[in-house]
Structure formats: C-alpha cells, structure tokens
Design a protein around this ligand. Structure first.
Ligand SMILES: [Zn+2]
Length: 690
C-alpha cells in the first residue's frame, strides 16, 4: 500500500480473500484525484462498488461503476459526476475504453492511478485470457501514464513477468504474499494402479470423515466422479453420513441440490469435477482429496485451498497414479483449440448479417459449432490478435464485433497455429510442474510457495506436509547379510520389466541416471564399459526421453528410488520393487520400444508393414516444414518415426505419443500437423472405398 501511495507501479499477487482490494481502495480514498479500476467481471464490479457505497451510506465517497447493465440514465449520471470531478473511484470493464466519450471524460479528470484487477487475464498463458486487456497499455499512455497497480490472485512467476511486460510497468514493486496456509497439511500418496487407488480411498475415508466438518473430493472426469461418488457413498453410509456428486453432466436442479445439501452440512462429502467451486465459500472443509492430480499447481492450489478457511487444521491429499498423466494429456488434447475451430468461428462470424457493427446470438453459434464458451473466447482472442475481427464485446446473450482489416489466408492461419502450439506447449509444461509436485521429496508447502514466488512465508511451524514428516527416504532393499546375493539374470527377455528391475537390483555398483540411461540404450562409446552386462542395450530402440520416462514410471510406482546427494544420486531398487520382480507381480509399466507388442502383434521395426502412400505424404510434409524452419528434415523426424506413424496411423495426440521418438516437445510442435496428414489419408481412403 505504501508502494502504491508513493506513486510507483505495483503488481500485487495475493490469493482471493486476503484483502487484496484494500490495496487500492484505501489509497484511492486517502488521496485526491481519480482512481480508475478495470475489472473484467461486471458482476464483481457491481458488487464492490455497491459494497463500498453501502458501507458508507452517509458520506458519498464518490465511488461509482459504469457497466452496460446499467440503464442509459444511470450511465449518464455517472459520466456527469465523472466530468464534474465528483468521483474518486470508478469501476469499469476493459471494453469501456472503446468508447471515445468515456476516454475523453477521463482525460479531463486527472487520473492519479489505474488499477488493473484480475491482471492474469492479460497474460496469454492464463486460462482466462481477455483480448481487451492487451489494449490497456496504449490507454495508460493516452491517460498521461499514471502509475498502475495490477492485482491478481493467481500468477506464477512466468505470468507475473507477462503482466509486467504487457502493461510495460517500469521498475515495478512486486508484492507476493498470503499464499501460505499454515493450518493445511499437504500430502501425496502414490498408487500403483487404479485398483490400489480405490483401496487406498476406501481405507482412508473412515478416518477422514470421522470428525466434524465436511469433505470434498475432486475427480478429473465425470466418469471418475460418478465412480468415486458410488464408492464414497457406500463407505460413508456405514457411518450414517451422505456423499453427493456434482459435475457438469448433471442437470441444473441436481447440481443445485448437491451443492445446497453439502453447503448446509446435510451431505458430509461432495465428489465433484472442477466444474464445482467458483465462488463457493464453506469454512469447515476438513479434507480435500484429489483423486488424480489436476492440470497445474495453480488449479491445485485454488481447489485444495478451499480447505480450512476457518483456520482449523485440514488436509489436502492427492491420490496419484501413473495413469493420471494419460488422463491429463487426453483432457489437454480434448479441449485444445485447433486452427480449424478458429477458422470455423471466423467463417461463422463473417457470415453474419453485413453491417458496420455485427451482432450474433450466442445460442445460435453454440448450436452450429461444437464449442464451449472458453474455446469460443480463446478463438475470438486469436481472431482479434490476427486483426480478423475487432472491437469484440460479449454480453450474456450476444457477441458484438466488426470485421478487421485482415482476411483468412495461409499466412494468417499459420500465425494462429503457431500461437495455439505455444499455448499447448505451455499447458504441457504446467502439467510437468504438477507432476514434479507429486514426485518431490522436498517440502510440498515450500514447493507451492516457490511456485507463486511467495518467498517470505515462514516455514517450519505446525503441521506441514508428508515430506517433512517422513523420517528418511524409503530404504533400499536391505541386503540380508546371510541370504543369497541378488543374481543378475543371464539374459533379459525383450520387454520384460521384471527382468530389467532384477538386473538393476543386481547391478554393482549402482548407477546414476545418466550412466544407467546410457547402459540401457547400449551407448558403448560413451560408457566405455559394461557392454557385457545383460542390461546393455535392452532399450536400444528407445529415445533418451523415453528411457527417462520409463525410469520415472518405476519411481512413481515405488519400485525404484533415486538416492540423494549423499548417495551420488544412484538408482536403487526398493523393497517393493524387489518383491515385484521376485513374485513376477503384474505391473502396468510399459517398456519403451516394446509397447507395440502389448498393443497388438506388430512390432515397430524395419520389417513392420506400413502405408507407403502415407509415408510419402509424411515425407512431403516434413520437407515443407524443414524448408520453412530452415533445418535438415531429420531434425523434424527420422524416417524410422515416419514409418512407424505410417504403420500405426495415430489420429490423436495420445496415440501419437505411443510412437517411439515422439515426446511432449515433438507432440506440441508437430502433433497437429502429423495428425492432419494421417487423417487426410483416412478421409481419402474412405472416399475410395465408398
Ligand atoms: Zn513440509
């Protein structure tokens, strides 16, 4: 607040409900001049302005809002008071700045500070991206560059940088704080399979639900929500308590009933998808279980942060399983906006009745195009960014816009596609950070605070997390002094994960990540030794990345662990891992390079039959792409990868990821292209067959 009063640019990052709005309200009321507050949520604007005026009924504090929901008279009245210099604070939505008259009035009324609320909307990485926010910078300049205060409840360090850059805040004071929740206990339980996860939940629920207060379980999909709801319902019934479910597939009445019952305490537990939670304030939530991790630490913090609002001790648990990654990738893939979506929105908008300002009924648009509101907004943001449409505004029923100077042509489409790719790559990166949170052996509370850049929070008091409570890392399988030594298998059956674990168990000395990876891939020149080991080259066909993923899988399942600095980071097989290979327990870990054996009878190799026509088309695509990027074709993908694609014909990102040599980076960069080439082929074949 002091920084704000001294006339500097300020970025405030504080979670919801921690008194963020006081940061600008008090200074605004304490100084002379006009503070303009830009907020994208009209309802919220109305709330805040109303609340302030209500609290100070007797004194007219000179606070007003200007929204399209007000009547013309009300709007005129506000503008009049603005011009007469009788306002100290005015709340507006960003699109208000498109009105020349409003801008003119502002220029007349010395603006002493511009406040940008929900500032993460300015970052293209934010899921809430609002194109209007991008045009704020020139507006600040046109108002004589008053100091800016930007506020947000959720901004990673990357998004913070994006806000500072996009608003061109010079020498900003960045205040991050309030993210620490000392009454919450953070914990992650790794589950070996979906079955194991169900069992862990059934065992944990009676303990979690024993006390007063209520619980919340987040499930990643509607299907999971219903399954978990049924399981939890059974367990709780035995305790005389109720569980209800909430997801977007239920009708509004069912959703309302579930929410009301849970809020009133009639139902102890709510099992919900992330469709639940906006604006929910229930103080006595004692535990929040994530049945599978969410897409980012940001969403996780937001959802889990609903626990313990009353300050009482509460738990935030994640039940994670290796299969979660697949679910998350599927969800990212499923709601990723494609260039085709953007094009169809554009064609739809263009086809609207000609005129300077055009209007479209949202309901009609949704009926015609298979899109949700988020996708529509993202598509429009892309169209605005490419100057295809302009002056876009949105009410609850309608879209208003004018057509831009640009038309749909390959270069424009290419740029849009580039942007969409970058966005998807960012989502994959966030997912990676969430997975890291689940895997870390460091303090989870500290991990979250670091993620938001909240560095000053005191740590080390009260309950904290499972990492801090763990006395030591899980021990490596102790070598019984008298028992037999683990024997190196004479040969490793191709694709046998048990043999590989056994061999790693018998390996002396134990190896760190790099050397183990070299050994598994059979890189003799770099290793210079051990080429006689049965492990040598067992994952010959796999990429570095795939071997990494494979080792990560073994760790996620608790079969393998990596030592710390004191142990030179070497990998050791855990007691659980030893039991697994000894008992040949079924493991759902795929050995890279051997996935095809499990999937079908064909193996990926030179001898595998593939669609030669598709292979040629893929090579053509690669040639063009390589020319565009000015790199040699094999930089993009090797012939071997293209042949595998031509054999397996993946039509989704998930299927594509199954191809050896395709990791998250290649997927983000070329996935859409490749899938398109494959699909085009499928379409042609169908036509021929018809
Ligand atoms: Zn901790």
């Amino acid at each position: 607040m002091r920084a704000s009063l001294s006339g500097r640019n300020v970025l405030v990052v504080m979670p919801t409900g921690s008194g963020k709005s006081l940061c600008f309200q008090l200074p605004a009321l304490m100084t002379s001049g006009l503070t303009v507050v830009v907020s994208p949520l009209i309802a919220l604007i109305q709330d805040q302005a109303d609340a302030l005026n209500r609290d100070n009924v007797r004194a007219d504090l000179g606070i007003a809002s200007l929204t399209s929901m007000q009547s013309p008279e009300q709007q005129r009245d506000v503008l009049y008071r603005l011009r007469a210099g009788r306002l100290r604070m005015i709340y507006v939505a960003p699109e208000r700045f498109r009105s020349g008259a409003f801008l003119e009035s502002l220029r007349g009324a010395a603006v002493t500070r511009l406040v940008v609320d929900e500032a993460h909307c300015i970052s293209e990485w934010g899921h809430d991206f609002r194109p209007d926010y991008l045009s704020l910078r020139p507006i600040v300049v046109s108002l004589g560059s008053p100091p800016v205060t930007a506020l947000t409840a959720t901004a990673t360090r990357r998004v913070q940088k994006g806000i500072v850059d996009n608003l061109a805040l010079s020498d900003p004071v960045i205040l991050v704080g309030g993210f620490d929740r000392p009454n919450l206990y953070w914990s992650v339980h790794r589950c070996a399979s979906d079955q194991d996860r169900r069992e862990k939940l059934v065992r944990a629920l009676p303990k979690l639900a024993a006390g007063n207060g209520s619980g919340l379980i987040y499930a990643p999909t509607r299907k999971a929500c219903e399954e978990v709801g049924a399981i939890a319902g059974n367990v709780l019934a035995g305790m005389g308590k109720r569980a209800m479910i909430y997801h977007a597939g239920l009708n509004p009445q069912e959703r309302n009933d579930a929410q009301a019952a849970w809020l009133a305490g009639d139902a102890h537990l709510l099992v919900a998808t992330n469709a639940f939670g906006m604006g929910i304030d229930k103080s006595d939530v004692r535990y929040i279980v994530h049945y599978g991790y969410p897409e980012s630490i940001e969403s996780y913090y937001q959802e889990a942060g609903r626990a313990g609002r009353d300050g009482g001790r509460s738990r935030c648990d994640v039940l994670s399983c290796f299969t979660d990654r697949k679910t998350r990738l599927w969800l990212i893939e499923n709601d990723a906006l494609t260039v085709r979506d953007v094009e169809s929105v554009y064609r739809f908008l263009r086809a609207s009745k000609a005129g300077d300002e055009r209007t479209i009924d949202k309901a009609i648009l949704f009926r015609s195009l298979d899109l949700n509101l988020t996708k529509l907004r993202l598509a429009v943001a892309r169209l605005e960014g490419a100057s295809l449409v302009q002056s876009f505004t949105e009410t609850s029923e309608e879209l208003r816009f004018t057509l831009g100077a640009e038309t749909w042509r390959p270069r424009v489409a290419g740029l849009i596609e580039e942007g969409l790719r970058a966005q998807k790559a960012e989502r994959l990166r966030r997912l990676g950070e969430m997975i890291d949170y689940c895997k870390t052996e460091n303090c989870r509370r500290r991990t979250i605070l670091d993620y938001f850049g909240d560095v000053e929070a005191p740590i080390g008091r009260g309950p904290c997390c499972d990492s801090c409570d763990r006395p030591a890392r899980p021990p490596a399988a102790a070598m019984p002094a008298t028992g037999p030594r683990v024997v190196m298998p004479a040969r490793i059956e191709p694709g046998s994960v048990h043999d590989i674990i056994q061999a790693i168990d018998a390996l002396r000395p134990s190896l760190g990540k790099k050397r183990l990876s070299l050994l598994l891939r059979g890189s003799a020149s770099k290793l210079g030794t051990d080429s006689a080991s049965p492990l040598f080259g067992v994952l010959k066909a796999a990429s570095v990345k795939q071997v990494d993923t494979f080792l990560d899988q073994l760790m996620m399942w608790g079969l393998l662990r990596q030592g710390g600095e004191d142990e030179y980071f070497v990998y050791k097989v855990t007691a659980e891992g030893r039991k697994a290979w000894q008992e040949r327990a079924p493991l759902d870990v795929s050995v890279p390079g051997h996935f095809a054996v499990a999937r079908s009878v064909i193996a990926v190799g030179a001898s595998m039959p593939y669609d030669e026509d598709l292979f040629e088309r893929l090579r053509n695509w690669r040639r063009k792409r390589a020319a565009e990027l000015v790199v040699p074709p094999f930089f993009i993908m090797s012939d071997k990868i293209l042949r595998a694609i031509a054999a397996l014909k993946p039509e989704t990102a998930l299927a594509l990821l199954e191809i050896p040599g395709i990791g998250d980076a290649k997927l983000a960069q070329y996935g859409n292209d490749v899938i398109e080439v494959v699909r085009d082929g499928a379409g042609n074949n169908n036509n021929l067959d018809d």
